[in-house]
Ligand binder design. Structure first.
Ligand code: HEM
Length: 235
């Protein structure tokens, strides 16, 4: 079991991040290499400044708001929570004071970031069973949603155990020692593998690794391409 924990918490994490970086760069390079399209993509009226409109299209999604307000609500809540989730994970490496402008515990959000993501993902998943979206869905859509759901349930469980149920065996200090050691390429998992709760962390990191590995080759690349595409459309 110790070997399996080590493989998932150390080499698999390095491998996933390496594939992620190489994969994203490869996808960007492949697109840049393609011949430029001659048909005009900037179909919207030319409102200036185009960058500002592109950012508004990306982060406020006005077209979705008009067509599907409920979907829009969950999309906005989901993406705002992802932003907080990223800060939460960065703070699990080190408590940077820039994020502490508003003083808070680590992990950020007292467990509600995970809960919000969980509810939003259930909505995204069930929407595919019960609406026209079903006809447009491909296996990759379900795979991504289920993978995210598993990662988020397990991550949230770690946080809820600590913050809601007073389970103090796995601590932020322990996570910080582990993640800092990974960043310095001197892996040390001893502070996160002595507890009976370790398997939850190992499962969380396993599914997170799969998600990170899959990211560059999936629809998740919209996270990288949406702003430039909106900019092209806005002229
Ligand atoms: C190798 C990468 C990752 C590591 C090492 C990691 C580690 C952790 C740890 C240790 C916690 C528990 C924090 C606590 O007890 O408060 C946590 C929480 C969490 N993680 Fe991750 N994680 C990783 C990637 C991901 C990814 C890719 C996602 C989803 C996209 C994710 C979603 C979550 C969520 C939702 C929580 C709980 C947030 C909350 O409810 O406040 N994690 N993660």
């Amino acid at each position: 079991m110790d070997t399996l924990n080590y493989i998932i918490l150390v080499p698999m994490v390095y491998f996933s991040f390496a594939v992620f970086v190489a994969g994203v760069l490869y996808r960007i390079a492949a697109i840049l290499k393609k011949p430029s399209i001659t048909i005009p993509l900037n179909v919207y009226p030319q409102k200036k400044p185009a960058w500002l409109h592109a950012l508004a299209d990306t982060f406020l999604m006005p077209a979705v708001f008009k067509a599907k307000p409920v979907m829009w609500f969950f999309l906005i809540v989901f993406h705002a929570s992802i932003f907080l989730l990223i800060i939460g994970h960065i703070e699990l490496i080190h408590s940077f004071s820039i994020f502490q402008i508003i003083e808070h515990d680590i992990f950020l959000g007292r467990g509600f970031v995970g809960l919000t993501l969980f509810i939003s993902l259930l909505y995204f998943l069930f929407r595919r069973f019960s609406s026209n979206a079903r006809n447009l869905s491909v296996p990759e859509d379900y795979f991504l949603l289920i993978l995210l759901l598993l990662t988020i349930i397990l991550g949230s469980e770690l946080d809820w155990a600590r913050t809601w149920f007073g389970y103090q065996e796995m601590t932020v200090d322990g996570y910080q020692t582990y993640l800092k050691s990974m960043l310095l390429f001197k892996p040390d998992i001893s502070d996160v593998t002595y507890s009976g709760h370790t398997f939850m962390l190992v499962f969380h990191v396993f599914f997170a690794n799969l998600f990170i590995l899959f990211f560059p080759f999936s629809k998740m690349m919209h996270a990288i391409f949406t702003i430039p595409l909106n900019k092209i459309r806005r002229g």
